[in-house]
Structures are given as C-alpha cells and as structure tokens.
Design a protein around this ligand. Structure first.
Ligand SMILES: *Cc1c(COP(=O)(O)O)cnc(C)c1O
Length: 375
C-alpha cells in the first residue's frame, strides 16, 4: 500500500459553490420547494434546448423514471432487454410485473445485439428496453426496424447517454421514450435526478400525471401514479450544471484521448468504442483485459486497488446472474456468451473532469507494471 491519495472511477462534477448560493437563496425565499416550481420549469426547458429533444419530464431519479416510462406506455407481458447493464434496468420491469427476456450483446459495442432480438420475440413480447451502454449509441436503426415489423415499443435506458449525438441528431430522440440519470456518479448530475425524453406533448402530459400520483388537476386522479417529482433544489443545480457541462465534456474527451494513445502500445487490452458517434460524452473508460495481456482482469483490478486506484467492474456480475433473474430461461449462461465474456474481462478506469496528469500517470504506471508481469 502506498500513501498517495485514492483515485476513484468517477468524481461528482459540481459548479463553484458561490454560483449556486444565489439559486439557493431564491428557492428559500420563494417558499416553493417542489411540485413543478420555477426552477423545475426553467430546467426542463433549458434541458430540452441543450439536448435537442422535443420534451423533457424531470424525475427524482432514473429508476423511478424507468418504472414510470413502462407505465406511461402501458407495457405488459415480456420485454426484451440486455443482461449487461446496471440492475435498475431489469428491476424496472419486475416492478411492473413484466417478464424480462435477456438477449445477448454485440461483442464490439457491448450493446444489445439487434441480430439476436427476433429469435426472442414471442406473442407476449410488447417492447424492447435497450441500454446505450457507456453512452455508446445502440444500433438504433436496426432496433427500430424490428420494432416496426413486430409492432413493439422501444424504451431506451439512456442513463449513460447524456448529450450523445449520432448521425441523425440526439440519440435521445430515438425509440418511444428515453430515460436519463442525473445521479451523482453520472456525466451530468443533480445529486439525484433523472428524466424521461418524449416526442409529443400528450405523452409528456401523461408522464407528468404519473410522476405526481396521477393527479390531472386538483380534484382528479386519472392513473395509479407515484411520487417521482424532482425538487427545486435539484432543478436549480441542474440549471447551473448546464452552463458547465461543455467544459466538463471537453476535459473528458482529452482524458479519453490520453488513454487511447497510451493503450495503442499495450497488447491484450481492448478499449471499448462506440459506433457512429458524432458527439460522444466519454462517460466511462471501459477496457477489456483479453488473453494477450499477461494478467487476468481480477488480478489487474486487485493491483489497481493495492495502488489506491478504485477501478470498477461495470458490469460484473451480469443482471441475469442475480438471484431474482437467474431462474429465467433467457438467463441461461450458454445463451449469453458475449455478455459473459465481457463481464469477465471488463474494467472501467477513472475518468472525470478533474482527473489530472499525475493521477493519469499513476494509472498508466500500474498498467505498465502489469504488462511486464510474467504469470
Ligand atoms: C445509473 C443507472 C440507472 C439508475 O439511475 P438512478 O438515477 O441512480 O436511479 C439505470 N440504468 C443505468 C444503465 C444506470 O447506469
């Protein structure tokens, strides 16, 4: 163990505190702390504008937004999804009494593989729930084609995909709905928070009712809604974060580039890349520790930890390995070879705007040390 400062895989990005104080004073003096106050309205509009999407409905977090999105579209029966994600993706299905059907991933992007979706469709299938993993866009055209052919809805878990653009604009404009997370660990944070992106005002209206107990007016409740509202505190912070996000993404891009330059000379390490990104967000820096590297993934993970560097195995274990999922027929490991491969090889390295040169050098040093180890 050394006595250098610990490095974590991410560090919450915050604006200068003095910029937030005037916002806080406004919240204090207005007396309106939540329930669609002025900051909530401003943030929804500013966010739609920044992201280039028609409508945004803010939420307390992405998990409740996912649960609500499924309700908004009245999804039932079976939904095709990826085992290679954060557990909240599949949990949102179980919370709605929907059966998750896991389909394997594309070994290049680690996103749901469209070529394997059709074989998993049954008469009970009503929707597809893919994830833009690491902010790398899914094969949205192929997914849309299948959805159109079988009349399925598409809800994207876009928790990683803040600000990502592909050939036809924001990735968030694809599918019926997309869900963002503004959790502290994400590229863009409001401490806790999330949003549903939707295409038309009618959908936004239904989503807005659902996140507010189902109230359509003071005296009328039109659906079994929940409390998913974002508070004025979080919305005020979000509004301020928008001013700084481009600078933060620029810093991330430079770190991503430094990693890629470094790994160009390291055999056996594959940097996971997206396809077709016109604007990436560099939310994560995932590598696959493959057979050409002298150390296995878990040994490299432990070596990092011994050096005070908290790399993470996103996503290990797979969702399909957790007790509430592993009994499903689609969770059978032999049906998910690519997901199992990635899960046993993946390591996400630190990436965040304040990661400095000295810290990056310490990370490179650990890899160099592992690369020459003879095991
Ligand atoms: C973080 C995350 C979520 C959950 O987001 P919260 O805002 O923490 O509820 C859902 N899906 C994916 C893929 C995530 O990474």
């Amino acid at each position: 163990m050394n006595h250098e400062e610990n490095i974590y895989v991410t560090k919450p990005y915050l604006p200068p505190l003095e910029e937030f104080i005037p916002h806080l004073e406004k919240v204090w003096h207005s007396g309106q702390l939540t329930n669609s106050g002025p900051f909530h309205k401003q943030f929804e509009e500013a966010l739609a504008d920044y992201l280039g999407v028609p409508h945004v409905s803010l939420f307390a977090n992405a998990t409740i937004a996912l649960v609500t999105a499924l309700q908004a579209l009245r999804i039932t029966g079976e939904v095709i999804t990826t085992p290679y994600s954060f557990v909240a993706t599949a949990h949102s299905l179980l919370w709605n009494g929907i059966k998750p059907v896991f389909v394997d991933i594309d070994p290049a992007t680690l996103n749901l593989d469209p070529a394997r979706i059709e074989a998993a469709i049954t008469p009970q299938t009503t929707a597809i729930l893919p994830v833009h993993c690491y902010g790398h866009p899914c094969d949205i055209d192929a997914i849309e084609k299948i959805a159109d052919m079988y009349n399925l809805r598409v809800i994207y878990d876009a928790a990683h995909a803040f600000g990502v653009k592909c050939h036809c604009g924001s990735v968030l404009n694809h599918g019926d709905l997309s869900i963002l997370s503004f959790h502290a660990t994400k590229v863009f944070n409001t401490f806790e928070g999330g949003a549903i992106i939707c295409r038309d005002l009618k959908s936004k209206e239904r989503i807005d009712y659902l996140k507010n107990f189902g109230f359509a007016s003071e005296t009328s409740v039109v659906a079994t809604g929940i409390n998913g509202k974002m508070s004025e505190f979080n919305a005020a912070l979000g509004l301020l974060q928008l001013k700084h996000i481009d600078a933060a993404l620029d810093r991330r891009r430079l770190i991503d580039q430094a990693y890629r330059n470094f790994f160009a000379d390291i055999p056996g390490i594959r940097c996971v890349s997206g396809r077709d990104e016109l604007k990436a967000n560099y939310a994560y820096f995932p590598i696959l520790v493959e057979d050409g590297f002298p150390m296995r993934r878990d040994a490299l993970h432990d070596l990092f930890r011994q050096n005070g560097i908290h790399v993470r195995r996103y996503f290990y274990p797979l969702i399909s390995e957790f007790s509430m999922y592993r009994g499903l027929p689609s969770a059978t490991p032999s049906l998910l070879p690519e997901a199992h491969y990635a899960s046993s090889r993946i390591l996400c390295l630190p990436i965040y705007p304040d990661l400095n040169e000295a810290q990056l050098s310490r990370i490179f040093q650990v890899i160099r040390q592992a690369a020459i180890c003879l095991t």
